[in-house]
Design a binder for this molecule. Structure first.
Ligand code: SF4
Length: 283
């Protein structure tokens, strides 16, 4: 089968750095804990866990050793707790996420109410909310109803959202007539480049595969975007999950992957797909 790979896909610099730091720390320290899964990819989490990385959901579970802060970051309260417990910190927060946290604090100091457009349950958003006093999360127009129009709003966005979603939400904010708005683009260009390449590719192929963790926000967003432009889009974690009947009658397949999908998963998928003959009977 003919396979086209998106011009930009797979690990972003933030994720690459977090994994490198995890491997380095595991080589140097005895006890290493990660606050939440290091990235939203089960293959990577499993490999690092086999190498000794312990994933915890709360700092209360850690009593000694080193705590690795993942690329999504941590709240000020969590960082304080780690320091108070005398634990060592290895900070793998992506520089772009740190920038969003800093902007939220600056907006606050300047007298704006910081609002972040995004998913309130995503760890990056939770960390931004916990980095400055009273940051509100806006997932859609309904979340604006609780805000007074006399407010001066400072608007930022979860790094991995799409420009379209940010623009739609900003348009809804504008229509509300708030006293003053300061809008800062905090979208990650790495994510945007993956989204653009994926949309371009999915228009050229019979079937499109988006590889990555089912809980990965940027992978889910990639899959949603591709689905809009090519209904034959499938979000999978790896080759083993592919129902081969999907390939029946297809000549050209496109492949992209989220920022937390490792190269080995992409290479394995592409190789199997290239070797697959559409003439084979459907399983
Ligand atoms: S997607 Fe962007 S913001 Fe998120 S970790 Fe990667 S480089 Fe950083």
């Amino acid at each position: 089968m003919k396979v086209l790979l998106a011009e930009k896909c797979g690990f972003c610099p933030g994720v690459r750095n977090a994994i490198k730091l995890a491997q380095k720390t595991l080589a140097e320290e005895k006890e290493v804990y990660c606050l939440g899964p290091i990235i939203h990819n089960e293959d990577v989490v499993r490999r690092l866990s086999e190498a000794g990385l312990k994933t915890v959901s709360s700092i209360d579970e850690v009593h000694s050793g080193t705590v690795l802060i993942r690329s999504h970051g941590a709240t000020l309260e969590e960082l304080d707790k780690i320091k108070r417990k005398g634990l060592k910190i290895v900070d793998a927060t992506c520089v772009l996420v740190k920038r969003v946290q800093q902007i939220a604090r600056t907006l606050n100091e300047e007298g704006y109410r910081a609002i972040i457009v995004g998913d309130k349950n995503h760890p990056e958003v939770k960390a931004v909310v916990g980095s400055a006093p009273d940051v509100r999360v806006v997932a859609g127009p309904n979340d604006l109803d609780n805000l007074s129009t006399n407010e001066r709003l400072g608007v930022i966005c979860q790094t991995t959202q799409s420009p379209d979603y940010f623009a739609e939400t900003v348009a809804a904010i504008l229509k509300k007539g708030f006293l003053e708005l300061k809008i800062i683009n905090t979208l990650c260009r790495e994510t945007m480049a993956r989204q653009e390449a994926a949309v371009k590719l999915c228009r050229q192929v019979d079937v499109m595969f988006v590889l990555g963790g089912l809980h990965s926000a940027n992978t889910k967003k990639l899959a949603e975007l591709c689905k809009k432009h090519n209904p034959q889009t499938f979000h999978l974690q790896n080759w083993q999950e592919l129902d081969k009947r999907i390939l029946s009658g297809k000549r050209t397949a496109g492949v992209t992957a989220g920022a937390s999908t490792p190269d080995w998963v992409i290479e394995d998928f592409v190789r199997h797909l290239q070797e697959y003959s559409p003439e084979e009977p459907a399983l």
